[in-house]
Design a protein around this ligand. Structure first.
Ligand SMILES: [Zn+2]
Length: 467
């Protein structure tokens, strides 16, 4: 009897902590997403006027459903609008792209608006619209979005302007918050791709936070409920992207909107979209935000999260910052005539497209070196037994591609006499006499083996296999 009891109890416990059954609505949002994905938003960079046009197209299909309100204008006069839908008494307010270069959730909101417009007779959508009134501000910082910066046109971070309200965009958000006094708020951002899930090498592709409203990180009924809702969403992520979800730093920031909006009485949830391996435009992040926001609305409407213990929120692993774009492990670095073993950790920020190289080029930062065994890379290479060799210059003329390849194998990267055509445009470089070549750990070197044969070429953030 006791045995059976304990089996049942452990089953119940397991179900509660690890195996929350996904609602059929959540499964539908995930499985049928490709039907709802709006075209034209597969790149991170979304221009404000394009966004407006697409939203107008969507809302014009169901004008009786959406109330479109012009809230005001940005510093440079771009309109900031809010779309409201539903007739319920529970107000849910969500805003995205307060930081101009964080567009993932904006694109998810477009998908959601389209989904609602096309599925207004869907049973779950009908219930949502009956019980909730949902307000979307997609792109609070259109000036920042148009120049692809975090800050607005004044150059300030709107998320440090919740007290002074210097920027018109900040006053718009504060005004809406106060006039609606929304029950729930969703603060939608993108976070650094260098965040991982603590003690795991996994990138933190999504992070959540029930934002603190004071330095003591006090609890309140509202913040507790935000924690429950996040725990509910965390279980959804555990099904679709297991162990790729973190808890964002909960330090109180008195100037930030999330912290103040929690203080002003709205149950506030922060969703941060992070990095995804091999998905630089974060199309999976866009889909996940679509699923998470839709599922959160269902949870709020039905109270699905209310039985979850707040303690589960504290079980969600925290964000850490132990990722590089590229990690070169255990390479031999020569200093003052002797070799030393180091790991090299690089950040690569896309800085444009080089038509000569035929590739995307990066701004390369050697972020750290030494024992980086507690870090991982989106890409990494074990360079045990390999030494760093800075390239040499060839004074003659390159004959053909075989000649060029043989020069590379001797550790020569630069030529002085231009060949009639480029044989390997991705490697050999013109050496300009009198001009200092940029040969450094952040720019150019070979990795050579014990027989002094170059195995790899590190060139402006790209690691080229010479085999
Ligand atoms: Zn942000």
């Amino acid at each position: 009897m006791d045995f059976i009891k304990s089996v049942i109890l452990s089953l119940v416990f397991t179900t509660l902590s690890f195996g929350q059954q996904l609602s059929s609505f959540t499964e539908e949002l995930f499985n049928e997403y490709s039907k709802y994905e709006v075209e034209g938003f597969s790149n991170m960079k979304v221009q404000p006027d394009f966004l407006q046009k697409q939203i107008d197209l969507i809302t014009s299909k169901a004008p009786e459903l959406f109330e479109v309100q012009l809230l005001g204008h940005s510093v440079e006069g771009r309109p900031i609008r809010m779309l409201s839908v539903g007739n319920g008494n529970t107000d849910v307010l969500m805003w995205s792209q307060m930081h101009g270069n964080e567009s993932t959730a904006t694109r998810s909101i477009v998908d959601l608006l389209s989904f609602i417009a096309e599925n207004r007779n869907h049973k779950s959508v009908k219930s949502l619209l009956q019980d909730l009134r949902i307000h979307f501000i997609p792109m609070l910082n259109p000036d920042g979005a148009s120049r692809w910066t975090r800050e607005n046109a004044i150059g300030i971070d709107l998320n440090r302007d919740a007290l002074r309200l210097v920027a018109p965009e900040s006053r718009i958000l504060k005004g809406v918050r106060d006039s609606l006094n929304a029950d729930y708020g969703f603060n939608l951002h993108d976070q650094s791709k260098y965040y991982n899930v603590e003690r795991l090498s996994n990138e933190a592709s999504i992070s959540f936070l029930a934002t603190a409203f004071d330095y003591k990180k006090s609890r309140s009924a509202g913040r507790d409920e935000a924690m429950q809702l996040i725990s509910y969403l965390y279980q959804i992520n555990q099904q679709y992207i297991p162990n790729h979800t973190g808890r964002y730093n909960d330090d109180f920031e008195p100037r930030a909107f999330g912290d103040n909006i929690q203080k002003w009485g709205t149950k506030l949830i922060l969703i941060e979209t992070g990095g995804f391996k091999n998905d630089p435009e974060k199309q999976l992040g866009r889909k996940l935000n679509f699923v998470l926001i839709g599922s959160a609305l269902e949870a709020i409407q039905k109270g699905l999260h209310k039985a979850i213990s707040v303690e589960q929120y504290n079980q969600i692993p925290r964000n850490d910052r132990n990722l590089f774009d590229l990690k070169i492990e255990k390479v031999q670095k020569k200093v003052n005539g002797s070799y030393y073993t180091v790991d090299l950790g690089y950040y690569l920020e896309e800085s444009g497209y080089d038509s000569n190289l035929g590739k995307v080029v990066y701004h390369v930062t050697l972020e750290d070196q030494g024992d980086l065994s507690t870090y991982t890379g989106y890409n990494s290479i074990n360079a045990e037994g390999l030494k760093i060799l800075y390239p040499k210059v060839y004074k003659g003329k390159i004959k053909d591609s075989a000649h060029e390849k043989s020069l590379l194998k001797e550790g020569i990267l630069y030529y002085t006499k231009a060949p009639s055509r480029r044989y390997l445009p991705q490697t050999m470089l013109q050496y300009n006499d009198g001009v200092e070549q940029e040969i450094s750990l952040e720019n150019t070197y070979f990795l050579i083996n014990e027989f002094n044969e170059p195995k790899h070429l590190f060139l402006k953030g790209q690691l080229i296999d010479l085999q």
